[in-house]
Structure formats: C-alpha cells, structure tokens
Design a protein around this ligand. Structure first.
Ligand code: ADP
Ligand code: MG
Length: 487
C-alpha cells in the first residue's frame, strides 16, 4: 500500500428540486404509483416536443455562482444514445460539448488516518443539466422486471470533478461538502435514500511518484457516504492486489454490493463515441443573458464558508465550532435564532447547546433540526435563565428533557416550569451555609482527606452539597463557600 497513490474523481447526480420535470409539466414528487407521472414528452412519443424548465436552469446558475465557476452564456443539449429497459426512448437528453457550468471548485477539509487536519481545493471540471431515466423494479415480479417511468425526465445536475482526490476520506469529505452546498442553496433536497444525491466514483492507483494516471474503474450509484468510502476502499485494495499479482486493471463500470462489501464488474466502459452524441434537434441553444446571472447572484444566500468566517469573527467561536454550526443551513439558522435571544456575548453557550444537547436528542430520535420539538426561541429562553443565574446548567438539562417530551409553544413555558417545580437556583447564602455545615459534619473523612491535600475529596464534598440542594445550588458559589468553610 505504501508505494501506491490513489486517484479519485467523482461524478455526482444531484436531483434538482423543481416541482415539474426538466422538459415536461409532469410532477417530480417521489413515491407516486408507477407510471402515473410519465407524460408523452418524458417518453418522447411521436409528435411531442420538450420545453426546458426555467427553474432547472436557474438552479444550475445558482450552483455555478456558488462554486466560482463560469456560467456559459450559450450551452447545448445533446442526445446521448443508448438503449436500456428504463430508457425506452433510446436516448437521454444531456449536455455534452458545451455544459452550462464550467470550472470552479470546493475547498474541502478532512482528517486523515492519523487524525491530522487536511485541506484541498477540489477542482470541478463541469456541471451539466440532464434528464434522469426510469427505474427497473426486480423484486415484485417473478421471472420478470417491472419498469416505472415516473423518474424519467426528472432534472439532474451532474457535477464532475477533476481527478484531484487522493483517498476515500477525502472523497467522502468532498461529497459531504457538496451535499451541504446543494441543500444550502436549496437546489436539491439531498435525500440520499430516495436517490436525490448519488455519486459515481472513478478510482485508479499509480506508483507513488509516477506522472501518468493508472487505468480507472467507475463505481456507479453510491447513495450513502458510508458506501462511497467502503466501495473506494475495496476497489483500491482490489486494484493493488491485481497489479501486484502481475495483472492489469481494465477500464470498466462496476457496482458496489454493500452486503458483501465488494465491487463487481457490470459492463465494460463505453467510450463517448459509443453514445453517438449529437445536438438535440428539438431543443434550441440555451442562452443565459448576463442580466439573468446577475439577478440570481443578487438573490444568493450567504454561503457556508462566508457564514463560518462570520461566526468565528463576530461571535469569537473556534474554527471547529463555527464549522460544526454550518454543517447545514438549518443548523446555522437555528443557532442564530438562539443567539438573537441570548445575545452575541453568549454565542458559545448557544453553540454548545445546539451541537451538544440538541444534536444528541435529534440523533436519538432520528429527526431533522427543522422538526425539533423545541423551537430556537424556546431554547433561547431556557439558556437565558442560565445566563441570568436563575437556574444551573444541570437543571436546564432537566427542563430541556421535559420540553422535548411534552412540546409546548407557550413562550412562558420555561418560566412556568421553573416556578411550578421550584427549580430556581438557591440564592440564599443562609440556606447554603446550613447545608454546607451539615455536609461537613456528615463527611469527616472527606474533610480530613482534603486537609491532607487530596483534591478529589473537595470535589466529593461539592457533590454532596449539590445533592443536598437538589441541584439548585450554584456550583461556583458552592465552591467558594466550601473553600471558605474549610479554609
Ligand atoms: P466519462 O465521462 O467517460 O465518465 P471523464 O473523462 O469525463 O469520463 O471522467 C469522468 C471522471 O473520472 C472525472 O471525475 C475524472 O476526474 C475522473 N477520472 C479521469 N481519469 C481518472 C483516473 N485515471 N483515475 C481516477 N479518476 C479519473
Ligand atoms: Mg462517467
């Protein structure tokens, strides 16, 4: 392994979030009964003509601007000819020689196998618009396959990288960054289970120091980050073993089988000439006026990289915190709404809760932050009570649990719970003095150990006092008063 270098280029199909298809008015909604959303245009029946969906083009422009690419003022739709049962019309409309988006790239960050931080600008070759094919269904039909053409004509943006990546970890980091970006931009829903975001991995190996790339294999349709990583790792091992045993890699298309954790040959690789590309005579040149590009630019949301820098700068957050918070636009929005309630000076507290307690609860339940039973304003008022000293962090966690279990939209809910359950932090020195005196009397051994220089004994005493106060004492105050009492 040590003498081999891995080379990876990814092609990602992002399904664009338009309501209707790229060349027809049929719906793109997922999950309808088979063949109810396939119009004569999607099937290219005689006598119909495709009409380009403006929304699909607008999304491609948005993507191009976000990755610093060139948006082509003129681009061309071509027919890519092949037959497959899920493509009965015999060609896919795609872009070939002149794609709508050219160049650009993404800055990608990841941890290598030694947990060292790495970063690279991954260059994009292009991104082009195309239509999806239908789907073959093999499970429900004994001895036959069913064909569902609902997906035919669904708009895709195929995003192609240069062969810049050098490990499966880097490839996964790129795919995640791209996923964050397309969902952030609102151009793709990012649902990988439904196939809205899927990657083809081109993988080759070469001796370290060699200039020429090795022969690549393309692993098709990886629809989870884990499968992407496993498929690349397997493929790298396979190619190295093959070469070391005196064989050579043949260029081909392979499929990853997660059940066996291996890739298998699907077909030998077609060359572009096999597809007999030619400009689609039914579609005029796509012309994008500069004024349209400027309109789209003006409506662009703040991008993750810019937002991360702003969080670090304006809220004094660490790079890691800021990066974690922009892992999705929904996370970032939630965080900012909490900060709005408790103020920028408390941003670190908000960051800790959003990425800690809240994120853990969401993971346990397997739901998205947009479906969180505790809205950001509610979390904000809870944290506000920590900030103003009404409750301790520990009590806040208890209240968080209650709010989670019994969702409540009443803005006063936090204060009602504190009031009703008597959760206010103990402010009264007298009561605390009494508790401390009692604890010291009941734990002579700890007191003795503390005096003998054991720090642990002090913590044990703090614990006892907190327990006796039912968590309502302020830990810092307990520390100070206990030190004084033992002094
Ligand atoms: P095709 O369109 O036939 O799949 P391309 O030449 O457009 O082929 O390349 C597709 C992808 O393969 C790109 O992402 C590119 O970066 C990647 N790629 C090309 N050569 C190699 C190689 N030797 N090893 C790994 N990836 C490669
Ligand atoms: Mg390809």
């Amino acid at each position: 392994m040590a003498q081999w270098e891995v080379v990876i280029g990814l092609e990602t199909h992002a399904q664009l979030s338009t309501q209707s298809k790229i060349f027809s008015g049929s719906s793109t909604a997922f999950g309808a009964s088979p063949n109810t959303q396939a119009s004569p245009v999607d099937l290219a029946l005689p006598g119909v003509l495709p009409v380009l969906n403006r929304g699909a083009v607008e999304r491609a422009i948005r993507f191009g601007l976000a990755v610093g690419a060139t948006v082509s003022e003129r681009s061309i739709f071509a027919r890519k000819n092949y037959f497959y049962p899920d493509l009965p019309k015999g060609y896919q409309i795609s872009q070939y020689e002149i794609p709508v988006v050219v160049g650009g790239g993404l800055q990608v960050h990841w941890l290598d196998a030694q947990q060292r931080a790495q970063s690279r600008f991954v260059h994009l070759t292009r991104a082009h618009l195309e239509e999806d094919a239908g789907k073959s269904l093999h499970e429900d039909f004994a001895g036959a396959s069913g064909i569902d053409l609902n997906r035919a004509g669904t708009p895709l943006l195929e995003i192609v990288t240069e062969p810049d990546m050098r490990s499966s970890r880097e490839a996964v980091a790129y795919a995640k960054a791209l996923h964050t970006l397309v969902t952030w931009l609102g151009i793709c829903d990012g649902n990988m289970q439904e196939g809205s975001f899927r990657c083809d991995a081109n993988v080759s190996v070469r001796p370290i120091g060699a200039e020429k790339f090795g022969t690549r294999c393309e692993i098709k349709n990886l629809n989870s980050f884990r499968f992407l990583q496993q498929a690349i790792d397997y493929e790298v091992r396979r190619q190295i073993e093959l070469i070391e045993d005196g064989g050579r890699v043949v260029q081909e298309t392979r499929l990853y089988d997660p059940d066996r954790d291996e890739t298998r040959s699907m077909r030998s690789k077609e060359d572009a000439q096999d597809y007999r590309y030619f400009p689609d005579p039914d579609l005029p040149t796509l012309v994008i006026e500069p004024s349209w590009i400027e309109e789209v630019r003006a409506a662009m949301p703040e991008l993750p990289v810019a937002m991360q820098e702003r969080f670090a700068r304006d809220y004094g957050l660490s790079a890691a915190d800021a990066q974690g918070l922009v892992s999705s636009r929904a996370d970032a929005d939630y965080f900012e709404q909490v900060v709005k309630v408790i103020g920028p000076a408390q941003a670190k507290l908000a960051a800790n809760w959003v990425m800690g307690e809240l994120s853990a609860a969401l993971n346990r339940q397997g739901i998205e932050i947009t479906a969180a039973p505790i809205p950001p304003a509610m979390l904000g008022s809870l944290l506000q009570r920590i900030v103003d000293g009404t409750i301790s962090g520990k009590i806040a966690k208890d209240i968080f649990g209650q709010l989670w279990a019994t969702p409540n939209t009443d803005p006063a809910a936090v204060d009602s719970i504190i009031e009703a359950q008597g959760l206010k932090q103990m402010r009264d020195d007298g009561a605390l003095t009494a508790i401390i005196a009692q604890v010291l009397q009941d734990n002579p051994k700890s007191v003795e150990e503390f005096r003998a220089g054991k720090d642990k004994a002090f913590n044990a005493l703090v614990g006892q006092v907190m327990k006796a106060s039912k968590g309502k004492a302020n830990p810092q105050q307990v520390n100070e008063m206990l030190k004084a009492a033992l002094g």
